[in-house]
Ligand binder design. Structure first.
Ligand code: SF4
Length: 450
């Protein structure tokens, strides 16, 4: 059969290609190909799309990141009172239509669309609206994190376009989709055997995103990862095959690991030694476990040429560290930074994630965490908390009546929450924090950067 994969537009007040590739959808492509089907991809977020670059030349920034093509659009009714612009990020609409019409000539048996962040469902909806216009009767399957976290919402909202919501992880959503054609999907170790189908890109790839593991054995109260996936990792041999293929077929200089628990890989030393064989840069943008960094690991990371290293930190408050899952202590962060810099990794490449607007968290507590990072001469990145269904923090907020049940996921966009959530930080406090962070970073960059 002929299948089409579509990575949808993003509708948001801000979005940036900070290494965004539809890795789950690309795995779906690999499974479909293994089953003998023909697969093609329309990635609405491909900044190097061969037709898009004729309209606008993409400018790659550091390590292949960059701005998406975007247009401002009218806000949906629910966001009307929030004083932020709303934009559509990704291919222009007429280019999308042209691509869909070309696909129609090929004859398409089914279309897979995947929505990752829950508050990006609106982009998925708008994308599917266009697809339905061209393919009125073709089965459309919706997967991705959003449909796992909000299956009831997804079924309700997307029923308008007769979409089959295929929630679940691993092979389960593909099984649900292919049951439409009465096709069985045999059980196999897809994560070990397969890799994301990057061969579906005909355009230039400035970077690729892969994972050496899925899930995380920790259980942080705000994080949905352990509720979605059983922690598993790929063998070093299989990761090596994947990297070989990528380097031979795509001339990439940057390989990004999107693992949630990269440093917990059972054969970590072997993995890092293998990575050092290749002349590429590696990045860890998802927050690594600081306590796993020791002298030897840091030296192996430096030898392999790891550049962007983000440490999962979240807060400098020891009580909150323990209460939210115990993945890190302040001493872990101090040690990790020392080992990494002693190994020769520049402070400019090391950062730590800090969470703000956790229930009950004060502005001062966030500032303390920022100061802690600045004192270690690493870059703090502050991310605002968003309540995610199925997490303990979300359940407790609902139980205590702190957030209403059945909030439209669009409103859970973390940059929009302070505009309406009266019990969290207000927008002035958020602006104050942003300014504080900006000034602190300025000092770090001007005064001490090497
Ligand atoms: S350590 Fe990271 S990935 Fe694991 S549960 Fe905590 S926040 Fe999630």
């Amino acid at each position: 059969m002929n299948f089409l994969l579509v990575n949808p537009w993003i509708y948001d007040s801000a979005a940036y290609d900070f290494w965004l590739k539809p890795i789950g959808l690309l795995y779906v492509g690999s499974v479909l190909k293994k089953l003998g089907h023909n697969v093609e991809l329309i990635d609405m977020l491909d900044r190097h799309d061969e037709e898009l670059i004729k309209i606008k030349e993409p400018k790659d920034k550091k390590y292949g990141t960059g701005k998406f093509y975007n247009v401002e659009i009218e806000k949906p009714e629910i966001l009307k009172n929030i004083p932020r612009k709303f934009k559509r990020y990704g291919l222009p609409e007429d280019l999308f239509i042209k691509k869909l019409l070309k696909q129609k000539e090929r004859g398409i048996d089914g279309i897979f669309v995947s929505v990752t962040l829950t508050y990006w469902y609106y982009g998925g909806l708008k994308t599917i609206e266009k697809i339905r216009g061209i393919f009125p009767n073709t089965p459309i399957f919706l997967g991705g994190m959003y449909s796992n976290i909000y299956p009831i919402h997804a079924k309700k909202i997307f029923s308008k376009y007769n979409v089959k919501v295929c929630n679940g992880t691993g092979l389960s959503p593909i099984r649900k989709a292919l049951s439409t054609y009465k096709e069985n999907v045999p059980e196999f170790n897809w994560f070990e055997e397969l890799m994301p189908a990057y061969e579906l890109y005909t355009s230039k790839l400035p970077y690729v995103v892969i994972t050496s593991s899925i899930g995380c054995p920790y259980n942080c109260s705000y994080c949905v990862t352990p509720r979605m996936w059983k922690y598993q990792y790929k063998s070093v041999d299989s990761i090596e095959k994947m990297i070989n293929k990528i380097i031979n077929e795509k001339n990439v200089k940057d390989i990004v690991f999107f693992d949630d628990a990269f440093l917990l890989h059972k054969d970590l030393k072997k993995l890092l030694k293998m990575l050092a064989k290749y002349n590429v840069r590696y990045h860890l943008p998802n927050g690594i476990h600081a306590h796993r960094v020791n002298k030897e690991i840091a030296e192996l990371m430096a030898a392999a040429d790891f550049r962007t290293i983000k440490l999962g930190y979240e807060t400098s408050d020891p009580d909150l560290q323990k209460k939210s899952g115990g993945k890190v202590t302040n001493q872990d962060l101090i040690n990790a930074v020392k080992y990494l810099t002693d190994a020769g990794i520049s402070n400019e490449e090391i950062g730590a994630y800090i969470i703000s607007n956790l229930p009950g968290q004060s502005v001062k507590s966030v500032k303390d965490a920022v100061d802690f990072c600045i004192n270690l001469r690493i870059i703090p990145t502050v991310n605002e908390f968003t309540p995610i269904p199925q997490t303990p923090d979300y359940d407790s907020l609902i139980e205590n009546g702190i957030i209403p049940d059945e909030v439209d996921p669009l409103l859970f966009n973390n940059t929009l929450i302070p505009y309406w959530w009266e019990k969290g930080m207000n927008i002035n406090e958020v602006f104050d924090l942003k300014l504080y962070l900006k000034n602190k970073k300025k000092v770090l960059f001007n005064g001490q950067r090497t």
